[in-house]
Design a protein around this ligand. Sequence first.
Ligand SMILES: *[C@@H]1O[C@H](CO)[C@@H](O)[C@H](O)[C@H]1NC(C)=O
Ligand SMILES: *[C@@H]1O[C@H](CO)[C@@H](O)[C@H](O)[C@H]1NC(C)=O
Ligand SMILES: *[C@@H]1O[C@H](CO)[C@@H](O)[C@H](O)[C@H]1NC(C)=O
Ligand SMILES: *[C@@H]1O[C@H](CO)[C@@H](O)[C@H](O)[C@H]1NC(C)=O
Ligand SMILES: *[C@@H]1O[C@H](CO)[C@@H](O)[C@H](O)[C@H]1NC(C)=O
Length: 389
Amino acid sequence: MLLVAGLAAGHGADTNDVLKTALYIEPGNFESFAEAFKDLADQTKAKADETLLQDTYFAAATYYRAADFFLHGNWSDPRIDEFWNLERDCFDKGISAMPVPGERITLKADGFEVPAIYYAPQQPVPGVKRPTLLLNEGYDAAQEELLHFNVFFALQRGWNAITFEGPGQPTVRRKQDIGFIPDWERVVTPVVDYLYNRSDVDFERLALLGNSFGGYLVARAAAFEPRIKALILNGGIYDSHQAFVGQLPPNLEKLYNAGEKQQFDDLIGEALHTQESPSQFRWDVEQGLWAFKIQSPYDFLQATRAYTIANITDRIRMPTFIANASSDQFFAGQPQLVKDKLGDSATLYTFNGSAGYHTQVGAAVESNRVIHTWLNSVFNMTSQAVAVY
Ligand SMILES: *[C@@H]1O[C@H](CO)[C@@H](O)[C@H](O)[C@H]1NC(C)=O
Ligand SMILES: *[C@@H]1O[C@H](CO)[C@@H](O)[C@H](O)[C@H]1NC(C)=O
Ligand SMILES: *[C@@H]1O[C@H](CO)[C@@H](O)[C@H](O)[C@H]1NC(C)=O
Ligand SMILES: *[C@@H]1O[C@H](CO)[C@@H](O)[C@H](O)[C@H]1NC(C)=O
Ligand SMILES: *[C@@H]1O[C@H](CO)[C@@H](O)[C@H](O)[C@H]1NC(C)=O
């Protein structure tokens, strides 16, 4: 809920819409969450169609994404695609109304395609090249969300931005039917190649940012992509497997470590069907199985072993910003491990208090201010305010 409401700061939601919707949600009841946000999304879309207002289309798109959030437990639920098509339609109406419309592009990668959206603060001016931010989400969020969480804040400071998704992420998982891959440079390198073809991009100032599980994905990619000149891990992830196993209740952790696959999967299967199990645990498992495209929770955890930067940190040589969220409920402790390995080339920054949640949800203004202050210092530049909205 905080995540959705927090997008208000970046033109992606209206705060009270989200607070009001909370009243209709029964704790632990995923269906009620989907229904409440679907209703809100439909109402908002109707208003958008009536007024053709950009903000209203963006809000409707956000609410369709929220309606989808808890639905991945049943892979054949038709709403997974239905809500997504509605969300994309609303979002595309929104970006087409930007002063420089967001441009959807599809890039060829080895074995799949990378859907991307390119944004610029102003129409190209001959001879003007701008710093460019490459942006990835993680375990669940869509590239569309990045517009409201990071892109508007980058455009306002005179940066270009490009968002994109790889295997496992919402659009690639749906349209190409591919789950996560650990070697994320296969996703990022085609994006860098594309940027190298653009006359409005300054190749010496390419920065790559990953939110949440994206903190692993982009670190891995940067190890094999030296054309990235600054790296932002929001937050840092050293070893995903260790972080996921660390979230298991003690009885399940014991079964897992003992290799009791059948018993482990049976117990988790039961837990997924009781509303009394913690919602975060149920969501973590259901989303992970869907995104990795793996049926067994045990096999899923085994697959996460490959998602570590343990043996590649010496290849990450660009200046790196590591966000450490003081109240992180997913990856606590991991940012410090990354900092210890990267040493002097990395800056560990701890977000505290109301900015201390996972990826600074609800504090986008502060998050982007801190990140851009760091980027300015890396590239020895000052931000120039640009009106982009
Ligand atoms: C999953 O969704 C499909 C389509 O709505 C439905 O037929 C099926 O019964 C559902 N499966 C479960 C386990 O709920
Ligand atoms: C770069 O531009 C050339 C010439 O237009 C084109 O053939 C090539 O496919 C482009 N490469 C990428 C990665 O976009
Ligand atoms: C790094 O370690 C992981 C996990 O042990 C392993 O799967 C992977 O092959 C290793 N990569 C390299 C480049 O050694
Ligand atoms: C990083 O955050 C953790 C909480 O997740 C906190 O315990 C730790 O002290 C923080 N590190 C620094 C250097 O502030
Ligand atoms: C957050 O709290 C930690 C521990 O008290 C402190 O070291 C750090 O400087 C604080 N971060 C900020 C941005 O104030």
